[in-house]
Design a protein around this ligand. Structure first.
Ligand SMILES: Cc1ncc(COP(=O)(O)O)c(C=O)c1O
Length: 492
């Protein structure tokens, strides 16, 4: 009996041409073993009337499949299947092909690294007003940015369109060097800079460059989850190191893993707790790295928002032996989806990094880099950063005020510094009643997402609290939003 195609429903609203939809349907039947080798297909007139299209569309599909080797024309009688479906194991015929349309995939079919990455429950919601680290995007000068992006595209240079730039476009590296000098007080040369696709990308590539599987890595506890994931993916052995009011406790780190290859730290504004790494600890850390030939990654994720008179010198600026790699990002001063960041290291390191990176990641979108270089040169970004310092200071004060006012019985908020978030610790009595994960899930159910502090810990016991972003909280909305959180905690 000739095979019909009556089961096919053509979708005319889709962008895929009708003859391609027919061809794809037949390919799947053949590869899935449902149309066996030698089966004769119904004639094109019959098929066309079954599925409701013109005969020429059906003929186009059948001829395409002949050209691809699935079908063969049979004298005057139409087309027959000309392919034995690939057999996979000894499963029943209906499930034996590996080409079935809905493959059943389970995480255990993937690498241990992937399993590890997916094993952790971790909740964020970058759209939430309280999302830590999310900047205010409403005030960004998009008109000017769009003009610059358009100009960059209108006159693309051949070199930029064709040649990879694993270290980053020179014009952007020049502009970033100037930007770091004027906004961050970090003196560096363009050849010491590599443009990356943000801090997460820098950490991933650096972890792969610096760690062998099993190498110990010091990570702040609590700390930045992306650092943890990058090191896990590179096979590193994660060594959580507690922090106190002076930042990472270096003596404890040395006790736990003296031979670590790498330490990842946030010295200017510990993530997420916000303290600064003391000078004594900085010198201790540098000395350890020098003695051990170990590396330090300095994640300086939001120093740009400090007032100039209050700018803390980077750890990198104290490093005389080239063990510190400074990592920065445009995610906070522009927007996170931009995916542009940078690292600063000595010239030889930057060059070796870029050569390896060229093999696995190539480079960050060149045209965006060029647009960003022009944007930085225009002075508009610096102006935006200055304006946002004042906006964030005001929002910080408004949100902290509301938390202290409405949640004094439940949350402690230590004096917090700069940036886009602060931490509100659960009081003992609240922590005895509810975990931060459970509390966060209650506020989420009430429509307000806040991140639980315990997610940033690698080991128990984790301190309980909320990491509260305020970058996106309009001051007028602070009272209402915090009120929702207060109601959730009170009801419990
Ligand atoms: C500690 C820390 N470093 C860096 C970043 C920025 O990462 P990226 O540049 O990958 O967006 C963030 C973002 O929230 C962060 O919290």
């Amino acid at each position: 009996m000739r095979k019909s195609l009556a089961g096919l429903r053509l979708e005319r609203a889709r962008a895929i041409p009708l003859h391609q939809q027919i061809a794809q349907y037949l390919r799947e039947l053949i590869l899935g073993g449902e149309l066996s080798n030698g089966s004769l297909l119904a004639g094109s007139r019959v098929i066309a009337s079954e599925i409701g299209c013109s005969r020429s569309v059906v003929n186009d599909a059948l001829e395409l499949l002949c050209a691809e080797g699935y079908l063969e024309a049979v004298d005057r009688s139409g087309f027959k299947v000309a392919l034995e479906p690939p057999v996979c194991g000894h499963q029943p015929p209906s499930t034996r092909s590996p080409y079935r349309t809905t493959p059943r995939l389970r995480v255990d079919q993937f690498s241990n690294v992937w399993k590890l990455l997916l094993s952790e429950d971790y909740e964020i919601n970058p759209m939430s007003p309280f999302s830590p680290g999310a900047p205010e995007i409403g005030s960004f000068p998009f008109d000017a940015w769009a003009r610059i992006v358009r100009q960059t595209w209108r006159t693309p240079e051949r070199q930029l369109l064709l040649a990879p730039a694993p270290q980053g476009v020179p014009r952007l590296r020049d502009a970033v060097a100037d930007f770091l000098g004027s906004v961050r007080g970090l003196l560096c040369r363009p050849e010491e800079i590599v443009i990356t696709s943000g801090t997460a990308n820098s950490l991933d590539l650096l972890a792969r460059m610096l760690l062998n599987p099993g190498d110990a890595v010091w990570l702040e506890e609590p700390g930045f989850s992306e650092a943890r994931w990058a090191c896990s993916a590179a096979g590193g052995q994660l060594v959580p190191v507690p922090v106190d009011e002076s930042g990472l406790i270096v003596s404890e780190a040395i006790k736990r893993a003296p031979n670590a290859r790498l330490a990842i730290v946030t010295p200017s504004n510990q993530y997420p707790l916000g303290m600064m790494l003391s000078l004594e600890r900085r010198l201790q850390l540098l000395e350890w790295a020098y003695q051990q030939n170990a590396w330090i990654i300095e994640d300086d994720y939001n120093s740009e928002f400090r007032q100039p008179g209050n700018m803390i010198a980077s750890l990198k600026s104290l490093d005389k032996t080239g063990r510190v790699i400074y990592v920065g990002t445009f995610s906070k001063i522009m927007f996170p989806s931009l995916r542009i960041g940078y690292l600063v290291a000595n010239k030889v390191f930057a060059d070796i990094f870029a050569r390896g990176r060229a093999r696995i990641d190539l480079h960050t979108s060149t045209h965006l880099q060029l647009a960003l270089a022009n944007f930085l040169r225009s002075g508009l970004l610096i102006r935006h950063v200055r304006r946002m310092r004042a906006v964030y200071a005001e929002r910080h004060d408004a949100v902290v005020h509301e938390f202290r006012h409405q949640l004094a019985d439940h949350l402690d908020i230590p004096t917090s510094g700069i940036g886009l978030h602060f931490v509100a610790f659960f009081t003992q009595s609240l922590a005895a009643r509810i975990s931060d994960i459970e509390a966060a899930s209650r506020t989420r159910a009430a429509g307000v997402f806040v991140q639980a502090l315990s997610q940033c810990y690698l080991t128990d016991p984790a301190r309980q609290g909320f990491i509260v972003g305020f970058g996106q909280v309009q001051t007028e909305a602070a009272s209402r939003l915090v009120g929702t959180i207060a109601a959730c905690l009170a009801r419990h």
